[in-house]
Design a protein around this ligand. Sequence first.
Ligand code: GUN
Length: 278
Amino acid sequence: MYQIIDGKKISQEIKDELKEKVSALAAAGGRICLAVIQVGSDPASSVYVGNKKKACAYIGIESQAYELPQETTQEELLALVRRLNEDDQVNGILVQLPLPAQIDEEQVIQTIAPEKDVDGFHEKNVGALCVGSRGYVSCTPLGIIQLLKRSGIEIAGKRCVVLGRSNIVGKPMALLLLRENGTVTVCHSHTVDVKEITRQADILVVAIGKPKLVDETYVKEGAVVIDVGIHRDENNKLCGDVDFERVAPHTSAITPVPGGVGPMTIAMLMHNCVSSAE
Ligand code: GUN
């Protein structure tokens, strides 16, 4: 029998721990404020931004919402980011991705002051993760480490395989698993014989953005499988990058979609916001 890793429950535990921290901070006169910038009205982004604001309200973090029109220019967005960098009332700045085509995402990210970059995307924070010094870490991979630890899954010494090498998930995931003393392999679109590698994984993290691509032929019997994907299947039902029904019986533990990794991303964003004030 396999364990279903309950991201909803674990994220709630984390939010409740943070809520206590924030109320202690408030009692001492401290406050935390997150500025959330959305450009345009992509429906998925609106849902994510709404959930982030809700989580802030729950925990006791103030949030400022900046909803900019789709046709916002690079300069307008950079000017807002620079203004928020200078604003002592703002601890954290989050620019929801993706941004419209006329905007250079990388330049926007690198303009956010590293000490306010609660997404952990600035190269200074990525560099800090790489060399093992203090800095913000990308929320989704940070949440996955918490899911594993709080489910009693040992990482040290384990063979960990990460499918996907994005800056937001795959690369920081590999670095975090390495920091936890896992033996880490990253597979990507140019990897030859992916299944031969994934079938060696004790812990398999899938972040490739393709619905139900990973079936049981990718997975070693008794592995732990973490699914980062979120899609709608042919019946408009939410699904991940992993074909849950086929894979789950072969695992010792697996995250569901929804209710696995997703809620953890927001919990860890809140964690990063609280650190920004500590
Ligand atoms: N778009 C999808 N995931 C994320 C995230 O973690 N942070 C931001 N800013 N945008 C996203």
